[in-house]
Each structure stands twice: as C-alpha cells, then as structure tokens.
Design a protein around this ligand. Structure first.
Ligand SMILES: [Zn+2]
Length: 446
C-alpha cells in the first residue's frame, strides 16, 4: 500500500510531538510493546526517537519501550503500515508468577549457604535499590575474606527485572560450585582456590519483584551507564542507585572477565554495542562467545544468529549499556548472554535451562585464567602498554595498587610498565589456553 502525503505528514507531526514532550526522559521504560514488524517498516523511525528503546531485534519483529504514551503513538503509526503490536505488560500479566522466590527468600537462601560454607562464600550488599532492597554479591574463593592476588571474575544477572532466568541460574550456580568444591571436583577446587569469583544474581531486585524491565523509577538500567561515545568520563552522578552500586563496586575491584545475563532470545552478544568500529579484542571476544554458545542447544541451533553469537552493534546499537562501559573504562572484557526465548518461563523449567548452560557457564569462568598480569611490591599506579608478538601494540592500560591483570589470546606478550614516577620496566611473558588446573599467571616485580 502506498502512503499518501497526508499520512507522511501525520507521521512527521506525531514523531516531533513525542520527541519534544519527552526529551528529558531517555531510558524511561514505563510501557513496553512487541511490534510484529517483520519488514522493519517502522524500525528506522523508531530508532530515531532518542526516548525510545529497541530491544531483541528478531525475524518476527522487535520490542519497543518508552515513557507513558508511547503505546498510543506506536498504535497510530502501526495502523498506517498495518503492523500488529502487543502490549508486553498484558503478556506478562497473563503468565503466572509461579513459585519464583521472593527477594526475601533469595536473601535467606544466600545467608543459609554462607553459614554452610563460611570459608569459601561471603555475601555482601553492594547497596540498596530505590525501594530499599539489597543488591547482593556472592564472593566465592578460598580464603574468601582475604583480597588475594588472583584474577577477578564477575557474573551479573537480572538488570532487566522481567528477565528472570539469569537470576535463577546464578542461584543454582552458587550452590553447584559450593557443593562440587566440597565433593572434591578437581576443576572446581582449582578454580575456587585460584580465582576471586563474584556473582550478583539480581542487579534490579525492584524490577524483579514487580516483573518489569526498569527499576522502581522505570529506568532501563542497561541504558543508564556512561557511554564512551558521548561521556568524557565514568561519572556516577545523576544515575540510578542500582547503576551507582555496580559502578562503585567495579571501581573497587579489578575484574578481568565478566558476563551479563539477559533473556528474551538465546545468543551471546559481544562488544561494542555503541559503535560500529571494531572492538580491540574482537577475535578473543568472538571466540569466547562461540565457545559459550556451542554447547547450548538454543544458541548453536539458532536460525537468527550464526553459531548463536552476534556483535552487539550489528544486532542493534545500544547507548549507555554495561558491557561497553565495563571494558572501555575498566579493562573488564564483558559479553551479554541471552538465556531464554521466554523472559519469565514456568519456574519448573529452570533446572532445564541450567543443564543447557552449566558447562558453558563454568568454562567461561575458567577463561579468566587465560591472561597475564603483574604485581609490584608497592601499591603504586601507572600505565602498561601491551605488545603482542614482536610489535603489535594492543594499547595502553592504567593500573593501580601495584596490580594489573588482563585476559588475552594465547601467545607471546611484552608488557611495558611505566610507573607514575616515570620508572619503566619490561616484562616478557606468555599466555596459554589454560588446562583443567589453574595457576594465577602474575609476574612479581620488586
Ligand atoms: Zn535484557
């Protein structure tokens, strides 16, 4: 059907109206819709609206979130193009909450496990959500209360409150690792003894409690982080409490590898999300993603994503997401793992999701040992340039507390360390694809 100029004018008017009235509400996700826009007739127009958020672009259509009133606007433009749409709130209400634990029950569970395994599990709160719920972090490591010189790894889930599978898999993972450690599983023991593992089952407990994407302020937390294409530094000011909690935590630690669990489709998404230009470690990021996806049936058999993986930007651009922020400002390689087609599946199916993902979840954690670092005798800061092979510079990275660690592809490396005082040192070392047992690969320098 051809559009008349009257219709085009109408679209233009409604487009500008929406933009002007809600220019200050970027990342607000009060309403959510699924648009069955197979041919992407509305896609470019929606993408232009800075206050709208597109997610999970697929063969059948995509999700659109925005402030109150976005449904009305979408309905008016959808009708013109004859595109069907569905309210995601109504869809959620139609499926029962069905036995998912409450925030209080999860809290109890975590502290029960800590009482059972006090030597290797330590629960701390990273801060409170808007409605006063603790954002729990579970640290798993030997000598768990000591900050040892070991690679630091992090899993974080449920930043979108209605994407619940990740939270449940993290609870199962914590219990599984503790039990396997106790049972003497060699790989798990080696991993726990040589790694500082942090697991945050729910970054958005308020969203999870009300089964919605945003936090209690209806803000999309995966659009709320500093973005290197528009922000000059990683400044927590004027961000949501949940975002601030994660930012403060990241700044205190030295994570080298992490993943962020979502739901709504099955795939692994690697950086960048915010721009087309190649991510500096794109081969490594893709390899780790392929390795994760290859054992998960819904990923490796995906009809949408070749091998179950995609570059973030190639799928759809995201501004203010966590994965780009994590690498750009903190040298923490992060991928985004989408675990389930259904965001809130029947609770009985959770163990099945765990079985599908278990090997990949564990193996990905061990990959933090595919790297190299150094530890100086004093807690100074400085800069390190990493040279791969003879002369390929991978760039400059800052270090602090006399400590640095980075996940890299297997190979030979030179580290040119420049201390804040100007003193320079050269370290030649290698990275190997790690085996079943791990030794933290640090060079100790006096
Ligand atoms: Zn999500």
């Amino acid at each position: 059907m051809k559009m008349t100029s009257v219709r085009l004018l109408f679209i233009f008017l409604t487009t500008s109206l929406l933009t002007s009235s809600t220019a200050l509400s970027r990342g607000i996700v009060e309403e959510g819709y699924y648009l069955f826009d197979k041919q992407r007739l509305l896609f470019d127009q929606i993408k232009k609206q800075e206050d709208l958020t597109i997610d999970h672009l697929g063969n059948a259509g995509y999700e659109v979130y925005g402030p109150k009133g976005v449904g009305e606007w979408l309905r008016s433009v959808s009708e013109i193009y004859d595109v069907k749409m569905m309210s995601l709130e109504e869809e959620t209400k139609a499926t029962p909450f069905n036995n998912y634990p409450s925030h209080e029950e999860i809290t109890q569970k975590l502290f029960d496990l800590q009482a059972q395994y006090p030597e290797i599990l330590h629960i701390t709160s990273l801060g409170k959500s808007k409605n006063g719920r603790d954002i729990w972090s579970a640290k798993i490591s030997s000598n768990v209360k000591v900050d040892e010189v070991e690679p630091e790894f992090k899993y974080i889930a449920n930043m979108h409150g209605d994407e619940i599978v990740g939270r449940e898999l993290m609870l199962l993972l914590i219990e599984d690792v503790l039990n396997q450690y106790e049972a003497g599983n060699r790989t798990i023991r080696s991993l726990v003894n040589n790694t500082e593992i942090y697991i945050i089952p729910s970054m958005n407990p308020d969203g999870a409690s009300s089964r919605r994407r945003g936090n209690a302020n209806y803000v999309d937390l995966n659009r709320n982080f500093p973005d290197f294409t528009r922000d000059r530094d990683s400044n927590p000011q004027n961000r949501e409490l949940e975002t601030q909690a994660i930012m403060a935590f990241q700044a205190q630690r030295k994570f080298a590898l992490s993943a962020n669990f979502h739901g709504g489709v099955e795939c692994v998404n690697y950086p960048w999300d915010t721009k087309k230009e190649h991510f500096p470690l794109v081969d490594l990021a893709r390899l780790l993603s392929v390795e994760y996806a290859q054992e998960v049936p819904g990923m490796v058999n995906s009809r949408q994503f070749d091998g179950g993986v995609t570059n973030g930007y190639d799928w759809y651009p995201v501004k203010g997401g966590m994965q780009d922020w994590s690498y750009y400002w903190f040298n923490d390689l992060q991928v985004t793992i989408e675990l389930s087609q259904t965001k809130w599946p029947n609770y009985q199916t959770i163990p099945q999701y765990y079985n599908w993902n278990r090997n990949s979840i564990l193996r990905y954690m061990t990959r933090v040992h595919q790297g190299v670092g150094f530890k100086l005798s004093s807690d100074i800061s400085g800069d390190v340039e990493i040279i791969q092979g003879q002369n390929l510079s991978l760039g400059h990275f800052s270090f602090s507390d006399g400590e640095f660690y980075k996940v890299l592809e297997p190979g030979q490396y030179k580290l040119i360390i420049t201390e804040a005082s100007g003193r320079e040192r050269l370290v030649e070392t290698s990275v190997t694809a790690q085996a079943a047992e791990f030794t933290p690969n640090y060079v100790y320098l006096n």
